[in-house]
Design a protein around this ligand. Structure first.
Ligand code: ATP
Length: 908
């Protein structure tokens, strides 16, 4: 197998010790990269570039793990003792239940795990490689040895690379070396003995580029990479759990313990005080234990969680860390980027200002057909030297490219740079020719921390030019002069600032472009080269309209008591204009990064609540804002895309990374990834988060009274010294199991309650079960007990056999649960309406199924023998339904009281 060959240590050359030319030669590749056909051949030879997956637990182990549970231990011991007492049938049923329980758990857990695996698969990273001389984006698994890979800050290195070019490249190699301080990289070859952590000319698979741009040649892929060899990065195994689930598991363990003590006490009481035999009392205590322990609850909660995660993925919110599902329901503030999240990120140049005049540009999208208008009159763009100079500047100082594909124009690279190219083509510039005539020798890449980009070019006479484009204030402060029809003149700063304000006030993002001659034969570009002395060529105003869905989603959030804040790198005026189009609450004031720097924490904390627009901020400001917002006691969700956003994303309660435009570094730091980069998906995820939490609570609220009712029935029978118990242990097991797989499961599919998004967010410190809910669990348990006991006694009193009376008791209990299931659909809202009774198809299906099971339980010979049941008449059923329906009305009237009290509290 080829993969095995590459992982043989002795066959791997010391790539770091070879010169770049020798590396290219050894791997038979030119500086233009591989041909696509050759790449495909190598892919079939070397196999896909992925790490061997962590071995999943074998099905057998997974199955056996189902038995590792306190309740199951209790049941097994009970089964063994029951068998020793020669109650073969009961023992058989107990073991059957244990087995069925394990099978159900096994299947459900498998489904939940598959769902999560599918969601993880949606996050597979990409790589940018040169194939056939062009830069393409491919799936990282398709990268092969010899591929030339482009790296930029935020990327995760897709394979082991020998660097051929490195411009300010810094890489964080914690995944490999454990060292979290980024290492500066270069291209010079090193001594053979250089240790891994010091190999500065190498970039290793799985590490993160935190700064700069570079190119490397792939020397090893998949299992052949360093990380593959130490196999340290076996896919993170996610625990199917959240804080609430852990809390409930803990609660479950205490409950089990308490129940065992209670069972032991009742054994002693029954044996010593009520004169039951030890064997009888043992069976009764087992009955009590199985009645009281909510065995179905953990499985139902896991399933509810998995369904929630799947629903979120269906709505473009991919959860990376499960606890976020719960946190989402408590979010009180969402801090969102502007560009691409609240706006469409489909940019078009709308205005260009030169020193002489302001021009408008027609046309939309990437179609490079449009007209330049001066005071609404079309002009010949090529006849305007100032305009052409500005357009040449933004064309050269640009990393995007355009391509006509099947009659449609496509842009590769960022939408803003694409829009600038489109404007140049509209003016009749041949962008490709220009790039050939003025080749680029070096660049300072754009970073949101310095907010500009600069490139160095030379012409055929080796004259060099530096172009700078970026945020206007950053470019303006580096300019000494401006280009005018009469040549370069000293800069009129005030006039340019006014031009910029007018463009920004219309919601346009403004960009300035400037030029400066370079030194003769200059080949490197440094920050100090662009610090001063630039000549301003013009300003570009780019339109990026808000997303319709974002406007609607912001409204939904506001109704749900969630404050939306815009935190953008863009200019304050532009940000305020867009904020008011989107409908943020406060759009009068915007705090800029500079203002944030002058405020101390106490002052900013006072303002952070009421100010909704933050402009020209850097990632460090984002981190500070998250911290201060959290200190006010709110749960904060924060979006981000760049590598520098990682600390703020990690700090936020829910870090949200962009799936399309986000870097790998941002994705790794976040809890959730948006598949469509759309703000509306965050609002949807919050809604799903609230739903999941509600459904988890509904499951608890539904299941616990069932166990409470059953336990009270058994306890009552022991206390009163009944000869025959109303429910046998196996009947109790039947009820618990059959209702868990039907009724309780249906609650996991419960859609959001009406009005859920007009409630304020839940307080994260609130306990899962409020006093109201504990009270409800208590009184519903009592109703179930009284009804079941009552009908059992009545039946006995009328002279029925014990089998008949027990069948009445079991069916009463089940019928109570059916009615109570409808109550449990809404925690406080009324259900006695069309939507409440018929709104969830799963509930109706579950009820139908359960009724079939009960008919079999009551009338089918084999089950009658197994469970000791007897056929019932229609009259009995009528009575059962009448009695059991009481719970529906009693709980509904209690809910009504809760609602009235709440309304009074709100008005009073
Ligand atoms: P948001 O944070 O909402 O996504 P943003 O995309 O405007 O907003 P940044 O990417 O930090 O934030 O950009 C800040 C500013 O830097 C922009 O307003 C623009 O003026 C300038 N800028 C952005 N991209 C480039 C680029 N490729 N070249 C030069 N300047 C740029």
């Amino acid at each position: 197998m080829p993969q095995a060959e590459t992982s043989q240590a002795e066959e791997v050359p010391d790539w770091h010790a070879l010169e770049t030319g020798a590396v290219l030669q050894q791997l038979s590749v030119s500086e233009d990269g591989l041909q696509q056909a050759e790449a495909e051949r190598r892919l079939s030879e070397h196999g896909p570039n992925k790490l061997p997956e962590a071995k999943p637990r074998t099905p057998l182990i997974r199955f056996l793990a189902q038995f590792h549970n306190v309740l199951i231990y209790v049941l097994i011991v009970a089964g063994v003792v029951t068998a020793l007492l020669q109650h073969w049938l009961d023992a058989g049923v107990i073991f059957a239940v244990v087995l069925v329980n394990a099978i159900i758990g096994f299947v459900q857990e498998g489904k939940a795990e598959d769902a999560l695996k599918a969601i993880r698969g949606m996050l597979s990273p990409n790589a940018r490689v040169w194939r056939d001389g062009r830069l393409l984006t491919v799936d990282a698994t398709a990268v092969v040895p010899g591929d030339l890979v482009a790296l930029q800050s935020g990327d995760k290195v897709p394979a082991d690379l020998r660097l051929l070019r490195a411009k300010g490249v810094e890489i964080e190699e914690a995944a490999l070396t454990g060292e979290s301080v980024p290492v500066e990289k270069g291209t010079a070859s090193l001594g053979v003995d250089t240790v891994l952590a010091d190999r500065r000319c190498m970039a290793y698979s799985g590490t993160l580029v935190t700064h700069g741009q570079g190119t490397g040649i792939v020397v090893a892929t998949g299992a052949g990479t360093e990380i593959g060899r130490i196999s340290a990065m076996v896919a993170e195994v996610q625990q199917l759990t959240t804080p609430l689930l852990r809390q409930m598991a803990q609660f479950g363990r205490w409950l089990t313990l308490a129940i065992l003590v209670l069972a032991a006490a009742s054994f002693a009481f029954g044996y010593l005080v009520r004169d039951y035999s030890a064997a009888e009392m043992f069976l009764a205590s087992v009955g009590l234990a199985v009645a009281a322990i909510p065995e179905g609850l953990p499985a139902i909660m896991t399933i509810t969680l998995a369904i929630g995660v799947q629903r979120m993925a269906g709505r473009n919110a991919i959860i990376r860390r499960l606890p976020a599902v719960e946190t989402l329901g408590t979010v009180g503030v969402i801090c969102s980027d502007k560009t691409g999240t609240l706006t469409r990120n489909e940019m078009t140049v709308g205005t260009i200002a030169t020193q002489a005049r302001e021009l408008r540009l027609t046309g939309a999208g990437y179609d490079p057909h449009g007209v330049f208008l001066a005071e609404d009159e079309p002009i010949d763009a090529q006849a305007d030297p100032l305009l052409t100079a500005a357009l040449r500047g933004v064309t050269l100082c640009n990393d995007a490219s355009m391509e006509l594909h099947e009659g449609e124009w496509r842009v590769h690279g960022g939408p803003m740079e694409g829009a600038l190219l489109v404007a140049a083509v509209k003016a009749g510039l041949d962008t490709e020719l220009l790039a050939k005539e003025r080749p680029r020798t070096d660049l300072i890449p754009f970073e949101s921390s310095h907010k500009f980009m600069a490139t160095l070019h030379h012409n055929h006479t080796s004259e060099s030019f530096i172009f700078v484009k970026g945020a206007p204030e950053v470019v303006l402060e580096r300019c000494a002069s401006e280009r005018t029809p009469e040549g370069d003149q000293p800069l009129d700063l005030v006039a340019w600032q006014q031009r910029m304000e007018t463009m920004a006030a219309a919601g346009q993002r403004v960009l300035a472009v400037a030029v400066k001659p370079g030194q003769p034969h200059q080949s490197d570009l440094d920050f100090k080269d662009v610090e001063q002395g630039l000549t301003l060529l013009g300003l570009f105003g780019l339109m990026d309209p808000p997303r319709e869905e974002a406007i609607a989603a912001v409204r939904v959030c506001q109704q749900a008591g969630i404050r939306v804040k815009m935190i953008t790198g863009d200019h304050a005026t532009t940000a305020k204009a867009i904020a008011s189009q989107i409908g943020l609450l406060s759009t009068e004031t915007a705090l800029t990064g500079r203002e944030l720097d002058t405020m101390d924490d106490a002052e900013l904390q006072r303002r952070v609540i009421e100010v909704d627009v933050y402009a020209r901020v850097t990632p460090e400001h984002k981190l500070r804002l998250v911290k201060l917002l959290q200190q006010t006691g709110t749960v904060v969700a924060m979006t981000g895309d760049g590598v520098n956003d990682a600390p703020a994303l990690k700090r936020a309660d829910v870090g949200v990374a962009m799936g399309i435009n986000g870097t790998e570094a941002a994705k790794e730091a976040s809890e959730m990834v948006l598949a469509d980069d759309n703000f509306a998906s965050i609002a949807n995820a919050v809604e799903e988060g609230r739903t999941v939490y509600d459904n988890l609570r509904k499951a608890i609220l539904f299941i616990l009274p069932t166990n409470g009712g059953e336990a009270l029935v058994v306890l009552g029978a022991i206390l009163f010294g009944f000869q025959h118990f109303p429910l046998t242990p196996v009947q109790i097991l039947w009820v618990n199991m059959i209702t868990a797989v039907t009724l309780a499961l249906a609650l996991a599919f419960e859609p959001p309650e009406p009005g859920m998004m007009s409630r304020p967010p839940r307080d994260s410190r609130q306990p899962v079960l409020s006093l109201t809910f504990l009270g409800r669990i208590g009184y519903v348990s009592l109703i179930l007990m009284i009804g079941t006991f009552g009908l059992f006694l009545l039946d006995r009193w009328q002279g029925a056999s014990i089998e008949h009376a027990r069948t009445v008791a079991v069916n009463t209990l089940v019928m109570f649960e059916i009615f109570y299931l409808f109550n449990s659909r809404y925690m406080e809202a009324p259900v006695l309406n069309l939507r409440g009774l018929f709104g969830n198809g799963y509930v109706l299906l579950a009820v139908g199924l359960l009724l079939l099971f009960q008919l079999a339980f009551t009338y089918w010979g084999p089950l009658q023998t197994l469970f000791g049941t007897a056929a019932l008449s229609a009259g009995h059923w009528l009575l059962i339904v009448l009695v059991a329906s009481s719970v529906l009305f009693i709980v509904e009237s209690e809910k009504g009281r809760v609602r009235r009290r709440r309304a009074q509290d709100a008005t009073g």
